[in-house]
Design a protein around this ligand. Structure first.
Ligand code: PLP
Length: 447
């Protein structure tokens, strides 16, 4: 309506005057206005309908404005909006129980945070106190958050302006079959070589100094490159042998995104700590946390944990988590994510890869897929350089938006990361738009 468009214009004007945005050069930044979203649809400031293929920052796993979750937040707001973290609260207790029940193995305790980055910070703190060691291993081509330690753990170029040099982080090369750092030509070779590299690095750094190894179960923003068979089991084995706490970062991959409750469940691996956020309540109210093994919990049974947050286990956020997990179970949303990956997204993306010479590789699981765009399939030269954008990629993204899709793009990749309950017909419509946008990408292919 005209009133909505007017409200959007005022919001945009005030935003440009007063809001400081994440990760951006503030001047040239041209944000899109969104005042309305429902399910897998969002409407921009001019009233255009877009299919949300991004789940925002890959967090609205149950789509926008799920009625059961909205109602639970409203009900909790009417009952008790907030309470200090030292008290028992029913919403918090129920949420902790549900997360512990879903988490693998003996991860039976939950420390709640405000989001993913602080979950990562606390997981490392727990590991350092538990082991009495300081160094932390983390992969290149990873993302772990924007706070001081989390951004130093991060293995993408956003770390570099924040590099503190004293964070105790050692980066290692991940298993990434499509762009192997080890010259591997098969997945088995990649697994073997990447694991040998990791263990060599740990031995060279002194295992007795290494507190933790943090790894995304399936790296997300860095490219949804699913670890090859045997890699996660190998990482678990190496960390166990050297007494290193293994932290699986499930902030993006968790809560059904990959077609299982946690992505680590694709392998027979139980980490010592799991970090989560985003999908735990689809981000309706900020929430993250660390699921903690019995052994690490024991370290803090008699010894005070030196850390806390005013909003740890916030009732509104926890009530949203309880309702989200409930809705996901009642509506078979995780099973649906697995079905969409196996029967719709995977097959359709493989068809697009066969048809479009600009597609280097498609890969993923559940509702968690990457389309890697290249100028040349043989050299695999990316359509935008690692760490940057390019006019070519910008045109592909613009074509997707013009086709009515809100995409998640990173460097030379388009990620297909819809809500896990996106209706099939909307998903197919979005994949049609992707097909047309890939025609644009094909125009940049060089021999
Ligand atoms: N870890 C992973 C794997 C993530 O994908 C993210 C966010 O994208 C984070 C941590 C940081 O979470 P937050 O932005 O909630 O601090």
């Amino acid at each position: 309506t005209a009133a909505e468009i007017e409200a959007g214009r005022r919001a945009h004007e005030l935003d440009r005057a007063h809001v400081f945005h994440s990760w951006q050069a503030q001047g040239p930044f041209a944000p899109m206005t969104v005042l309305k979203a429902e399910g897998s649809l969002v409407w921009d400031g001019e009233g255009n309908r877009l299919i949300d293929l991004s789940s925002q920052l890959v967090n609205t796993n149950i789509g926008h404005q799920h009625p059961k979750v909205v109602a639970a937040i409203q009900e909790q707001a009417g009952k008790l909006c907030t309470i200090a973290p030292q008290h028992v609260n029913d919403a918090r207790s129920e949420a902790a129980w549900l997360v512990a029940e879903l988490a693998p193995g003996d991860l039976n305790r939950v420390f709640f945070t405000n989001g993913g980055a602080d979950a990562v910070e606390h997981a490392i703190r727990m590991a350092r106190l538990h082991t009495g060691r300081r160094k932390v291993f983390s992969a290149y081509r990873s993302y772990h958050g924007g706070t001081h330690l989390a951004v130093n753990l991060t293995g993408d170029p956003r770390r570099l302006p924040n590099d503190s040099g004293d964070s105790g982080v050692v980066h290692f090369l991940p298993a990434y079959p499509y762009r192997s750092y080890f010259g591997s030509t098969t997945e088995a070779e990649e697994t073997e070589r990447a694991l040998r590299h990791l263990e060599d690095m740990i031995l060279l750094e002194g295992p007795q100094n290494v507190a933790a190894l943090i790894l995304e179960s399936i790296p997300g923003t860095a490219g949804i490159y699913v670890p090859p068979a045997g890699y996660m089991e190998g990482v678990r084995d190496i960390t166990r042998r050297h007494g290193i706490v293994f932290i699986a970062d499930e902030v993006m991959a968790g809560f059904g995104r990959s077609g299982k409750w946690f992505a680590i469940d694709h392998w027979n691996v139980v980490p010592d700590l799991v970090t989560f956020a985003k999908g735990v309540n689809s981000g309706y109210v900020p929430l993250g946390g660390v699921a903690i093994s019995d052994a690490i919990f024991e370290t803090f049974r008699e010894r005070a944990y030196p850390g806390g947050l005013t909003y740890s286990g916030h009732p509104l956020a926890c009530a949203a988590a309880v309702a989200t997990i409930g809705a996901m179970r009642e509506e078979g949303i995780v099973e649906n994510a697995a079905r969409l990956g196996a029967e719709v997204i995977g097959p359709r993306l493989r068809e697009l890869a066969a048809k479009h010479p600009s597609v280097g590789e498609v890969r993923g699981a559940g509702c968690f897929w990457a389309v890697e765009l290249v100028k040349n399939r043989d050299t695999r030269e990316p359509l935008a350089p690692y760490g940057g954008s390019s006019p070519e990629m910008n045109q592909v993204v613009a074509a997707l938006k013009a086709g009515g899709v809100l995409p998640f793009a990173n460097f030379n990749r388009i990620h297909v990361v819809p809500a896990l309950n996106i209706p099939d017909e909307l998903l197919l419509e979005a994949l049609e738009a992707l097909d047309r946008a890939l025609d644009v990408a094909d125009g940049f292919v060089e021999d």
